[in-house]
Design a protein around this ligand. Structure first.
Ligand code: GDP
Length: 444
């Protein structure tokens, strides 16, 4: 999980500080040294760390926090505020042209996630603004790159303009833009070529495309896992292209956090979006304040709430509530619920967005295995329609048949049915305002 080490170290530092009734100047010095080391270890740019520590220290001394009430809390607040500031303070919305199409040029090194992000962003605009994007395949050096974009287009049902790999990229972009104007597409994404590292020829080609297309947005896609290399890449691209924003991908991985914390300060350009998974839906707006909370282990409730709202169909949720009240919740509903939970992403990631959970020791032992969900689904799919609708008819011989059909031992089938019945009972009681049934859920 991203930022894990940094969060742990900062929390340890703050816990030490909280334990002291009175914070002395020496304590402050120790704390600042710890923060400095934690940031350096998280691969944050050296200059950024220096500035960060200096600002927090100056503010702590200047505002007399040591003499005030609850100095530890106030120092944590200063650190939080400085984290937010370092990552850009405000959200940075995407540029939008006042006439169509808005042109978004996607750039980045090979493997950073440029093509995937192009698809994710086109889908996001389609879902949120009813946009009608066109994707232009301008990476002619890797035959697979054109195919990949075409596949992405098919997945999200968005047209792709491509001319294979023999034409000149600038010409392809020119003709692609004509097609977009004819078809009144409101967004155009130009998927440009990537290289393993920055080189002159690539930069010249990108500069030529920029000069022709006059993009409203030049997004640089960088891989958060590459730490300071991502920052150096961003500096290089920005120097040549004057980019307008950054997309940080793979924040779902266990990046130490250096890129997220350095890139804005070093390049002066905002992080606009973050990629947090391989699915097309896994692209989120970057909020510096929420990211700071996440780094400090205070959870990211707002993103969690948004994720739930996005992934859970409200109508379905209301129907489910009715079924629970009427005690007609059956295995078909149960499987629907499982699929919804699965769609939200790994359970550990979801739990970590809840305040206090990120570093809760209980989390270390919590291992929600996606395979368990798959086994449960296999058991339910091995039931007949009648059994799914009426779990009461599940006698031993039916259970044996289900076990054989699902490839699971009978004890697993029994355990799952028992859990289902307990859950159903508990949910029904809770819907009547009786919370005593909770214990049933815990003992299985
Ligand atoms: P490109 O060469 O820059 O176009 O990179 P691709 O779009 O082909 O992505 C390279 C790999 O990174 C693919 O396997 C993607 O699925 C993966 N990827 C892209 N974004 C993310 C992300 O946010 N999280 C994760 N886990 N993987 C990502």
């Amino acid at each position: 999980m991203a930022f894990e080490g940094l969060t742990e170290r900062l929390q340890k530092t703050f816990n030490n500080l909280r334990r002291k009734g009175k914070v002395t100047e020496a304590d402050l010095r120790d704390t600042m040294r710890e923060i400095r080391l934690a940031l350096l270890e998280a691969d944050v740019n050296f200059q950024v760390v220096k500035q960060f520590v200096k600002t927090v220290r100056d503010q702590a001394v200047g505002s007399d926090v040591l003499d005030g009430l609850n100095p530890a809390q106030q120092i944590i607040k200063l650190v939080n505020d400085e984290l937010v500031k370092t990552m850009g303070s405000e959200d940075a919305p995407l540029n939008k042209s006042d006439h169509i199409p808005t042109i978004i040029m996607m750039t980045g090194l090979q493997g950073a996630g440029k093509t995937t992000t192009t698809g994710k962003l086109a889908l996001k605009l389609k879902n949120e603004q009813n946009a009608r994007p066109l994707l232009i395949a301008a990476d002619v050096y890797r035959p697979a790159a054109v195919d990949q974009l075409v596949q992405v287009g098919q997945r999200i049902d968005v047209p792709v303009y491509e001319e294979g790999t023999s034409a000149n990229p600038v010409d392809i972009v020119k003709r692609g833009l004509e097609v977009a104007r004819e078809n009144h597409n409101d967004y155009v994404f130009i998927d440009t070529a990537g290289r393993l590292q920055i080189d002159e020829a690539l930069m010249q080609e990108l500069a030529d495309i920029k000069a022709l297309a006059h993009p409203d947005e030049i997004l640089l896609v960088v891989d958060a896992m590459t730490g300071q290399n991502a920052v150096n890449t961003a500096e290089g691209f920005n120097e040549k292209l004057d980019i307008t924003g950054i997309v940080l991908t793979k924040l779902d991985g266990d990046t130490r956090g250096g890129a997220a914390l350095s890139i804005r300060a070093v390049t002066g350009k905002p992080i606009k979006l973050v990629g947090q998974g391989e699915k097309m839906e896994d692209l989120d707006v970057f909020h510096p304040d929420r990211m700071a909370s996440r780094i400090l282990g205070m959870g990211d409730m707002l993103t969690l709430i948004e994720k739930t709202q996005r992934d859970v169909d409200e109508k379905q949720a209301a129907e489910m509530a009715d079924k629970i009240r009427e005690n007609t919740f059956d295995f078909n509903d149960f499987v629907d619920q499982l699929v919804q939970v699965q769609n939200m992403g790994p359970m550990e990631d979801i739990m970590k967005m809840i305040p206090g959970m990120a570093n809760n020791p209980a989390m270390k032992n919590m291992n929600v295995n996606p395979k368990d969900i798959e086994h449960t689904k296999a058991i339910i799919y091995s039931m007949t329609a009648a059994e799914r609708e009426d779990p009461d008819i599940l006698n031993p011989s039916r259970r044996r048949r289900i076990a054989a059909g699902s490839g699971q031992p009978v004890v697993e089938v029994n355990r799952m049915i028992k859990q289902f019945n307990q859950m159903k009972k508990m949910m029904n009681q809770m819907s009547k305002g009786n919370f005593n049934g909770m214990e049933g859920m815990l003992g299985s």
